[in-house]
Design a binder for this molecule. Structure first.
Ligand code: ADP
Length: 546
């Protein structure tokens, strides 16, 4: 090694990377202290070795022969990965920077190899690669589970919708027959049977309520809850709900107290739905509070922007961790033991649907609902406060709403009026019912005869034949029939000269807005939803016949 090499020996000795200097034939001439430490050979041992003794020659990484060729062929530097063989025969993955040192005459003199241990970086990057692979796997599993969950949720919604629809049809018979017995045949049944029928009627009413709740939940989940907004008075609506529940409350010596701001501006919203919200919250307040307690109601205007409605009870309270969950469908806090007193079983179990419907309705109006409570405490009644904010100025798009249906209905109504003017006569009216549900037909017959003649058909084809032949005063049409469906029949009736002017009302348990819209679009004048009560049926039929 010449003097130039000894000059930079001092510098090399003190830098923090491993350095080896070799002759052109590969004899190790010098190695610094860091290198000794890295591969475990002493410097004396190293200087008795060839560089190829400490550089692994594998297919994956480059051999010394290759490195030497690169640096001596004046390609300048070699910079790549090499595997160093340590004294203990383990290997270290290094990044090698190799170059040739030339004399002033440009003659190659020696080769310098600078190594940097990258084993840790490689293992971290391998770990990272593994982690990334794992993450990708978890991600695809999540996507799959998400898809599955979505499917399950769709199946659940479909199930709820089909179940509700299928339950409504038999309910039409139960409600219809019990009502007929209780109103027109009471003198024919003895007292005990009468009481049994009253129980059946109450149970059917309860079932009807549950089915309607299930339908509401599906509508809310599918973002299909449509409203009929009008200018309404919140105070009047609240007092109406209080009045309806007053009897129930007084049975348990419970009272309602209210503090409602005078001259509240009118609220633009769906009156029936807001009434449903208030009734739900008030009956929960009754359900989850002990006898003799008081329920407070407050309504005020907040920040000139919101109506603030508060319903305060002195009942069992709601734990903090439950306060969000109770607004989810089917969620109930299952601690019925807390809900009993010696004197009265004041906790009536529900379906866990009420609050999710409340939330859906309030949010559909652009509002918010939340609960405040200090939680539950055995034997104590910390109570709960349900808060509602409703916007003072409507911020909701009502375009896709039931107002459209109402408009459609009105247009059809004016067509109907024109037809009615032509049709009006004093002869006995007849109604053609096209429906394969014989019980529903029997009930209509019972309610409307003998003033009105009832003609029936169980299929669309028969119905059409009879309609052309008999030209009834009104046609009641089920939506789902064997063969031609209700909408197809309605369209045919509307397209023909002989039947064009006969009023048509659908008569079905279908309650999806799309289904109802389809019926109106096919030319129907009205829609009677099953199960119906006889008063509602008579009123609608009379209106249609008028
Ligand atoms: P449910 O039909 O069971 O009353 P809701 O959706 O109305 O269904 O309420 C969900 C749950 O929230 C109830 O089961 C009850 O545990 C709890 N809850 C609702 N209102 C109150 C209240 N005022 N006080 C205490 N708990 C309540």
């Amino acid at each position: 090694m010449n003097s130039d090499v000894s000059e930079f020996r001092w510098i090399v000795e003190n830098i923090s990377t491993s350095v080896i200097v070799t002759s052109l034939s590969g004899n190790i001439l010098f190695a610094n202290a860091v290198c000794e430490k890295l591969i475990g050979y002493s410097r004396d041992e190293l200087t008795s070795l060839l560089v190829e003794d400490i550089i692994a020659n594998s297919k994956e990484v480059n051999s010394w022969e290759h490195i030497k060729d690169v640096v001596l062929s004046k390609v300048s530097r070699y910079n790549s990965e090499v595997h160093l063989i340590c004294k203990n025969k383990s290997t270290i993955i290094c990044n090698a920077n190799v170059f040739c040192v030339y004399s002033n005459e440009n003659i190659p003199e020696c080769i310098v190899l600078v190594f940097r241990d990258i084993s840790n970086e490689i293992s971290s990057s391998e770990k990272l690669k593994k982690k990334n692979l794992e993450l990708a796997r978890i991600n695809s599993e999540l996507l799959r589970s998400n898809k599955d969950l979505k499917k399950i949720s769709e199946i659940k919604t479909k199930f709820l919708s089909i179940a509700s629809h299928e339950l409504k049809t038999p309910l039409t018979s139960i409600k219809g027959y019990t009502e007929i017995i209780l109103t027109t045949m009471k003198d024919k049944v003895d007292n005990e049977i009468g009481q049994m029928i009253e129980s059946i009627s109450r149970a059917a009413e309860k079932l009807h309520e549950v089915i309607n709740n299930m339908l509401d939940v599906t509508r809310i989940e599918q973002k299909r809850l449509r409203l009929k907004p009008v200018d309404m008075n919140l105070k009047e609506t609240m007092l109406l709900c209080i009045n309806e529940l007053n009897q129930l409350a007084s049975q348990r010596n419970m009272t309602f107290k209210w503090d409602i701001e005078e001259n509240l501006p009118l609220f633009y919203g769906d009156k029936m739905r807001i009434q449903q919200v208030f009734t739900n919250l008030l009956s929960n307040a009754l359900k989850y509070s002990p006898d003799n307690s008081e329920i407070e109601i407050k309504i005020s205007i907040e920040d000139d922007r919101y109506y603030h409605i508060i319903i305060i009870d002195h009942g069992i309270g709601i734990d903090k961790e439950e306060q969000e969950k109770i607004f989810k469908p089917f969620y109930e806090i299952a601690r019925t033991i807390d809900h009993n007193t010696d004197t009265s079983k004041y906790m009536g179990g529900g379906t866990g649907l009420g609050l999710s419907i409340v939330k859906g309705i309030i949010e559909r109006h652009g509002g918010l609902v939340w609960v405040k409570s200090d939680g539950t405490a055995q034997g104590k009644f910390p109570g709960s406060e349900f808060h509602i904010n409703l916007p003072l100025k409507s911020i909701v798009q009502w375009d896709d709403d039931e107002t459209q249906l109402i408009k459609l209905h009105k247009v059809m109504g004016s067509h109907r009026k024109k037809r009615d003017d032509n049709l009006h006569d004093d002869t006995k009216k007849s109604i053609l019912i096209i429906d394969d549900d014989r019980d529903a037909v029997k009930i209509v017959r019972r309610v409307l005869q003998p003033e009105i003649e009832i003609i029936t058909a169980e299929t669309g084809e028969d119905g059409l034949r009879i309609a052309f032949k008999r030209k009834p005063s009104l046609i009641l049409l089920d939506l789902y029939l064997p063969g031609l469906d209700g909408c197809q029949i309605s369209k045919i009736l509307r397209s023909q000269e002989e039947t064009r002017n006969i009023p048509i009302s659908f008569f079905s348990a279908a309650t999806q807005n799309e289904e109802i819209e389809r019926c109106y679009a096919s030319g129907a004048d009205d829609f009677i939803i099953k199960p119906f009560d006889s008063k509602e049926l008579t009123e609608k039929i009379n209106r249609l016949l008028m």
